[in-house]
Ligand binder design. Structure first.
Ligand SMILES: NC(=[NH2+])NCCC[C@H](N)C(=O)O
Ligand SMILES: O=C(O)CCC(=O)C(=O)O
Ligand SMILES: [Fe+2]
Length: 324
């Protein structure tokens, strides 16, 4: 894991840029700021830009930037809808957008959190055991973000605003030297189906049987692909299976899951920590925790990033960075 600890001066420089951007409009347009992101990011401190350029060039698995300001925070919202309605944590959203734009291009999903580009990750009441990021008492299993989609992010960026119980984010990779060749061979073939996860599939639409959003919709592909000595990875036990009747592929999924769990590392994010997770090189998840419901619950802001925004434009057939 790579880490950059910002100096108080660097933190203040970033805060000043964020305040300038927020001060331009009475109602800040987060998507508009995302459009400008790569230009605004040119004004971030040199050491931060150098650090992120290095992360990108090396394809580093995990990078943490510490010491960011997250602004004045209201109580942790009860769910992402409440956060969206009130604009809670706007300062943190812009910190995340600007810093992440020095690494890659921000984009969003029309099907996720109402098409917002910056997401809220906080425990949701009644969602303690869900398979979405709003879960708490149930662990979030190791996954590739948006595993079903060919335009899934190159990175997931998470900025922590609160983490009172020091709940860990879990991370694991596939080391080709550690696994048998025949196992890797199965993973490297188009023998796996990947489905949209529950954050893309509102319960009502699933019940209504909207084909694009139900389990009938899937893409087929490989779990391991790309550079053989440093394979990329596509995996989410909860939202994948083997193609019809392929028992060796089914077995490979469970062996792979056990391998990832056994080799996972934990990173505890503190307020002001921003982690950039390479969504091709590692899978991530979260340990379970007990929600408090006292306004002081764990709260992250999340952003998806892609190296080439044209892939999103081509998929959309328009110059929009909200994939829909
Ligand atoms: N294994 C899983 N639970 N996968 C789904 C991950 C959570 C999903 N990306 C969300 O935003 O809610
Ligand atoms: O809460 C965490 O630490 C990770 C959550 C997660 O997987 C996500 O928001 O995509
Ligand atoms: Fe995730």
């Amino acid at each position: 894991m790579d880490r950059l600890v910002l100096t108080p001066d660097e933190r203040d420089e970033i805060t000043a840029l964020v305040e300038e951007v927020l001060g331009r409009d009475s109602t800040p347009d987060v998507l508009g700021i995302a459009e400008e992101g790569t230009v605004l990011a040119e004004r971030l401190p040199h050491r931060l830009r150098d650090f992120l350029a290095g992360i990108r060039a090396d394809e580093s698995e995990i990078a943490v930037i510490s010491g960011l300001s997250v602004g004045d925070l209201p109580p942790t919202p009860v769910d992402w809808r409440a956060a969206a309605a009130t604009g809670a944590g706007r300062h943190a959203e812009i910190v995340l957008l600007l810093c992440a734009s020095a690494l890659a291009e921000p984009f969003g999903w029309a099907s996720q959190q109402d098409g917002r580009i910056v997401h809220d990750v906080c425990p949701g009441r009644g969602q303690e055991s869900s398979f979405t990021s709003a879960s708490s008492r149930l662990a979030l299993s190791l996954h590739t973000e948006d595993v079903f989609h060919p335009c899934r992010g190159d990175y997931v960026a998470l900025l922590c605003t609160r983490n009172p119980e020091q709940t860990a984010t879990t991370l694991a990779r596939l080391d080709a030297r550690e696994v048998p060749e025949d196992f890797l061979a199965v993973l490297s073939e188009d023998r796996f189906r990947f489905y949209p996860d529950d954050s893309h599939v509102p319960a009502e639409r699933r019940q209504a049987g909207d084909d694009r959003l139900t389990s009938r919709y899937h893409t087929v592909g490989k779990v391991a692909f790309g550079p053989p000595d440093r394979p990329y990875l596509r995996f989410d036990l909860d939202f994948m299976d083997a193609v019809e009747g392929d028992e060796d592929a089914a077995k490979a999924i469970s062996v792979m899951h056990d391998y990832l769990v056994a080799s996972a590392q934990e990173v505890v994010l503190a307020p002001g920590d921003l982690v950039m997770i390479d969504n091709y090189r590692v899978v991530h998840g979260r340990n379970p925790f007990a929600p408090r419901w006292d306004g002081n619950d764990r709260w992250l802001k999340r952003l998806n990033l892609i190296r080439d925004i044209r892939r999103i434009y081509l998929h959309n057939g328009s110059r929009s960075r909200i994939l829909g």
